[in-house]
Design a protein around this ligand. Structure first.
Ligand SMILES: Nc1ncnc2c1ncn2[C@@H]1O[C@H](COP(=O)(O)OP(=O)(O)OP(=O)(O)O)[C@@H](O)[C@H]1O
Length: 299
């Protein structure tokens, strides 16, 4: 494993912000780090990066204890954006990239590559404060990845962006990942996580509640869903043993089933009810699992 996080814990005076969180990540993998507001995501990131001192635990980077000697191999897009408003884009990026050990020639090449890729070339000599929020976010993302880090941590990278820009940034993240960069990113958008990530960590009140590959988690989760479509009132189906109602909208009824026996019982009931357009067994979505694990009932 290229990144190993073992039992990291942060206790503030009267708050256990993060407790015994462990996970690992291989080169070229992308990990979604999920949890509600205040769950401990940012604190975990900051401990991995050495910006917040751990109460206990350890972080190994390619087998070595993580220290600031790996600074140039790590990129971080913090949730709190922090660019210098009075600098121009060019000045800001040259400054931040030089802190990551890059020389002027490399910086020039990479700045021009990423400014073009993010469709903001015309802003190169503008002051940061004059850019829109979305464009400032693009600049900060460039600053976090310009040195081709081996590990990139992105805290809510797509928040506040319009759908076109989300796609643009997603493509950049995918490109970097395919070239070997390990990426950890937090997002409240489960569809983004499902689309981009191999693995997830889900934390709740500082504790890890799920960790593993998204495919395995979904496959092995305690229930499946059945989607039924047809012009019939299906509400009585929730009386079938092993079946409970999840949601009904104009188009479809969705039921939770405990196992395939329940699906068979359900199907036998449905086929006598009239014409249906759809009867499909699907795995729970990441959003279903998230709500199940950290929703209200866990308060
Ligand atoms: N410097 C600090 N002093 C005391 N408590 C802190 C400090 N930093 C964070 N906390 C507490 O630790 C917990 C975890 O906070 P953290 O910022 O890591 O959550 P988060 O998952 O990143 O939340 P969000 O999604 O809202 O950004 C919270 O209860 C927070 O109030």
């Amino acid at each position: 494993m290229s990144l190993i996080v073992r039992n990291i814990t942060k206790v503030y005076k009267d708050t256990k912000a993060v407790e015994d969180v462990s996970f690992s990540l291989k080169e070229g993998k992308m990990l979604g780090f999920l949890g509600r507001n205040g769950a401990g995501k940012t604190t975990t990131f900051r401990m991995i990066l050495g910006l917040t001192e751990m109460t206990r635990g350890e972080v190994l980077f390619w087998g070595e204890k993580m220290t600031n000697k790996f600074n140039n191999q790590i990129g971080y897009l913090p949730e709190e954006r922090g660019l210098h408003p009075k600098l121009t884009v060019s000045q800001e990026l040259f400054y931040l990239a030089s802190l990551k050990g890059m020389n002027k020639k490399e910086i020039k090449k990479e700045v021009s590559y990423w400014m073009k890729k993010f469709d903001i070339e015309e802003n190169i000599n503008k002051k940061i404060e004059s850019l829109s929020k979305g464009n400032q976010q693009k600049i900060q993302l460039i600053a976090s990845l310009i040195h081709k880090p081996k590990l990139l941590i992105l805290d809510e990278p797509f928040s506040g962006l319009d759908p076109i820009n989300v796609e643009l940034l997603k493509r950049a993240v995918i490109e970097l990942n395919s070239k070997g960069t390990m990426i950890i990113f937090s997002s409240h958008r489960m569809d983004h996580v499902e689309e981009l990530c191999d693995d997830i960590c889900l934390i709740n009140k500082g504790k890890l509640v799920l960790n593993g590959s998204i495919n395995d988690i979904k496959k092995d989760y305690g229930y499946k869903k059945v989607i039924i479509e047809g012009n019939i009132d299906f509400s009585r189906l929730s009386n079938v043993p092993g079946v409970s109602k999840m949601e009904t909208n104009k188009k479809q009824s969705i039921f939770k089933i405990e196992n395939y026996d329940a699906a068979e019982l359900l199907f036998n009931e449905v086929k006598d009810m009239g014409f249906i357009q759809r009867f499909q067994i699907v795995e729970p979505s990441l959003n279903d699992i998230y709500i199940d694990q950290v929703g209200e009932k866990n308060e």
